[in-house]
Design a protein around this ligand. Structure first.
Ligand SMILES: [Zn+2]
Length: 420
């Protein structure tokens, strides 16, 4: 039982830095590979030789420092290169971005705003400057100005996916789910066939959020429509099944609610436990007494490591005066996840019901002797953010559906695990 494979992924900050770096380097290389007819450019009334910037040693040094992630020295050299070449727009643009990376957002904004004042900016240049300015505003927390800037970029350059992606994240942060949905749709329309499943996965989560808003204002029809749309876009979207079932239950259709929750069990058995309480109560309401334990047993047979189905079965049996039968699945659950406090509680509950028979208590003590306890078992596979509960969107890197439950290593090699 080794921990999840994803342990070694980089932290978000590294990923973001790498992306920023890649964008900057691409910009610089694009500049270096500029077409011959673009070599000379009229800027502020004088002809600028773009090649002079590239031939300057400061330019190459700046590029090298940038690749080595030495931002301060890159700024120094690129400033000199810009000076030699008559302050070309591209280098000033990048310098502004570097100030932002350093955390000097005010200076980045000044730099980029000054570029907007330049006369005779071409349309794409204008869009590029606005994009950088939008990133400055976003970084500084000026949400409205950032939204305005990205929207304006798209007016100038409707294919700008970078602006679309940033716009979507801003809408998500503001909980403007409808706008986020429309923006993701535009991104999906520009994506190739291979990227469609990923777009659909995100659209499904956004649909689910729109539905949740509708549910809050008790618009059941709209809520159900959006939840259903989410499951159609991505049959693996767990929260939409839960929510769809909740709406149907609220509307009094217990059978339909059960069927929606069962669909979750079927499509994502590893998330089936999210529907356990709902299903257990709904089956009881329908008088189907064996349906819940049967469901648990099916899940256990399909996945021998499923400790949650065992826990649910054990609790179910304990409450129904069958504590003796409950202990077997509960001890198995403990063997699979000795760190779950809820399993221990369920065992004590069952033992208490049986008046603490010595043999069973001893067995429990044997099973738990070597367990090490951890907090926050849910971990984001993208940025390693930890959480006590399962989250659908990571509060740290804002990616969707990235949480997995970290499998615990047995106590004997926990030290090796921790030092990974
Ligand atoms: Zn994350």
């Amino acid at each position: 039982m080794r921990p999840v494979k994803t342990r070694r992924r980089c932290a978000t900050t590294d990923v973001e830095a790498a992306i920023t770096l890649a964008v900057l380097v691409a910009l610089l290389i694009g500049l270096a590979a500029g077409k011959a007819w673009e070599r000379y450019k009229l800027q502020d009334g004088k002809w600028i030789d773009r090649r002079r910037a590239r031939e300057s040693p400061h330019y190459m040094l700046g590029l090298n420092f940038l690749v080595a992630n030495q931002i301060d020295r890159a700024i120094e050299e690129l400033s000199r290169a810009a000076d030699v070449a008559g302050e070309p727009l591209e280098i000033r643009l990048i310098l502004g971005n570097l100030y932002r990376e350093k955390g000097q957002v005010g200076r980045a904004i000044q730099e980029h705003q000054a570029l907007l004042q330049r006369p005779s900016l071409r349309k794409l240049e204008h869009a590029n400057v606005l994009l950088c300015l939008g990133l400055d505003y976003k970084h500084a927390g000026f949400v409205d100005r950032a939204l305005e800037a990205f929207t304006e970029v798209l007016r100038l350059d409707s294919e700008n996916e970078y602006a679309l992606a940033n716009l979507e994240k801003l809408y998500e942060e503001q909980h403007q789910w409808g706008e986020a949905y429309a923006t993701r749709q535009k991104l999906a329309a520009r994506g190739n066939a291979a990227s469609q499943p990923h777009h659909q996965e995100i659209l499904a989560f956004l649909d689910n959020e729109v539905g949740t808003e509708a549910l809050k204002r008790m618009d059941y029809a709209e809520a159900a429509r959006r939840f259903r749309a989410a499951t159609e876009l991505d049959p693996g979207n767990a929260p939409a099944y839960l929510n769809l079932g909740d709406v149907q239950f609220l509307q009094g259709d217990v059978a339909a609610a059960c069927s929606s929750w069962e669909q979750l069990v079927e499509t994502s058995p590893e998330r089936a436990y999210l529907a356990f309480q709902r299903l257990e109560a709904a089956y009881a309401k329908e008088g189907a007494t064996t349906r819940f334990p049967d469901l648990c047993r099916r899940l256990i047979a399909a996945n021998p490591q499923d400790w949650r189905a065992r826990l649910a079965l054990g609790r179910h049996l304990t409450v129904r005066q069958r504590a003796e039968d409950a202990l077997e699945p509960l001890f198995d659950a403990l063997a699979n996840n000795p760190h779950a406090l809820t399993v221990h509680q369920a065992i004590w509950q069952a033992l208490s019901t049986l008046n603490f028979p010595r043999l069973l208590v001893d067995r429990y003590i044997d099973l738990t002797r070597n367990a090490v306890f951890y907090l926050d078992p849910h971990i984001c596979t993208r940025c390693r953010y930890r959480s006590t509960e399962l989250l659908w969107q990571c509060p740290h890197c804002h990616d969707w559906n990235t949480f997995v439950e970290e499998r615990m290593a047995p106590a004997k090699d926990s030290e090796a695990t921790l030092s990974n």
